[in-house]
Design a protein around this ligand. Structure first.
Ligand code: PEP
Ligand code: MN
Length: 349
């Protein structure tokens, strides 16, 4: 059971609800949320006490409504929040009828590389430019990213082309720094259960795209999102990016597209799909990007590099600008078939 307080509920009213729950021998869990406090009752409520407790709490001052949330995650659940969450960032909506496309290279390598990528992304109708500056590489000898210099380039190029920006943050003490440069923080698959990072990003109101860990079941993924929500950040986008495959002979990961309709059903948060990391082979990326939108995704994240063969990281899964343009044409048509749309294509000089 979860008690949702009104926006103007006072500390005394919140305490009144907590005391009522505790007087029944149950634990009350205060979840700050963004605009209003919710109070969860994590313990099992005896069926005979449920209706009486529901009635008592519903009538208390400062209480907006009381709902039964059976899922382990509460604030991320549709039982708690029935309408789709739509996140608006500088006039771009995530989770609304429009499909958003995030595009750009795996890593920021140079100003010229980002300019070329941004031009291709913007021209084809993408709204967000991606580029890693702090890279979570499997090998410590692999390119680790340009770090703050990379963020400066991303910000400057994003501003020039009128694109929102996204980049990964890997450690809690860098949340503020990365957030000062980008519009959306990315929490990568490897860090999905980096709890100090989730808590710090949760304390900021900066939008976060949270990727599913390669071995995470959906409840673990949604509980990771719950960390962000319960620490006050309501601007959370979920992103499926593939799980560990049974066999790496053909694909890097297995893109779990079944996660899309499931997540859309059980959660109100926007759901994105990253087919680039999901499959790891550029020629398979378009099919899976299209399938993601057909399955109900609110957007896709595509790795695209001006010259994939020269990429410092993830070249084999990166589309060329021409391949990206072709995919965007297909996505545009497909979106209409499922009652969605893509943003207009701007005319660039
Ligand atoms: C990335 O987006 O470049 C990345 C490292 O993704 P993931 O965390 O999904 O592996
Ligand atoms: Mn990558």
């Amino acid at each position: 059971m979860i008690v949702v307080m009104t926006r103007s509920a006072s500390a005394a009213e919140i305490q009144g609800v907590v005391s009522t729950i505790e007087s029944q021998g149950m634990r009350a869990l205060i979840m700050p949320g963004g605009e209003r406090v919710a109070i969860g009752i994590p313990s099992a409520i005896p069926p005979e006490a449920r209706e009486q407790l529901y009635q008592n709490l519903s009538g208390m001052p400062g209480v907006e409504h009381v709902t039964h949330v059976s899922r382990p995650y509460k604030l991320a659940s549709r039982e708690f929040h029935s309408a789709d969450t739509v996140i608006d960032i500088r006039k771009v909506s995530f989770g609304g009828p429009q499909i958003q496309v995030i595009a750009g290279p795996c890593a920021v390598e140079s100003y010229e590389q980002m300019s070329m990528a941004a031009h291709a992304a913007k021209e084809a109708g993408a709204t967000v430019l991606r580029g890693g500056a702090f890279k979570p590489r499997t090998s410590p000898y692999a390119f680790q990213g340009l770090q703050e210099e990379g963020l400066k380039i991303l910000k400057e190029v994003g501003r020039q082309y009128g694109l929102l920006t996204i980049s990964e943050v890997m450690q809690p003490d860098l949340v503020g720094l990365v957030a000062s440069y980008v519009d959306i923080l990315q929490i990568g698959a490897r860090n999905m259960q980096n709890f100090p990072l989730l808590i710090e990003a949760g304390r900021s109101s900066h939008p976060v795209l949270l990727k599913r860990g390669p071995s995470a079941i959906l409840d673990e993924f949604l509980l990771a999102a719950e960390y962000l929500l319960s620490h006050g950040n309501q601007n959370v986008i979920l992103c499926e990016r593939g799980v560990h495959p049974l066999d790496r002979s053909y694909t890097r990961n297995t893109l779990d597209l079944s996660a899309v309709p499931v997540l859309k059903e059980v959660s109100h948060l926007p759901v994105f799909v990253d087919p680039s990391h999901g499959v790891g082979v550029s020629r398979y990326v378009p099919a899976l990007a299209l399938a993601a939108v057909a399955a109900g995704a609110d957007g896709v994240m595509i790795e695209m590099h001006p010259e994939p063969r020269k990429a410092f990281s993830d070249g084999p899964q990166s589309l060329t600008p021409a391949q990206f343009r072709a995919l965007m044409g297909q996505l545009r048509q497909l979106a209409l078939a499922v009652g969605r749309s893509l943003p207009e294509q701007p005319i660039l000089s």
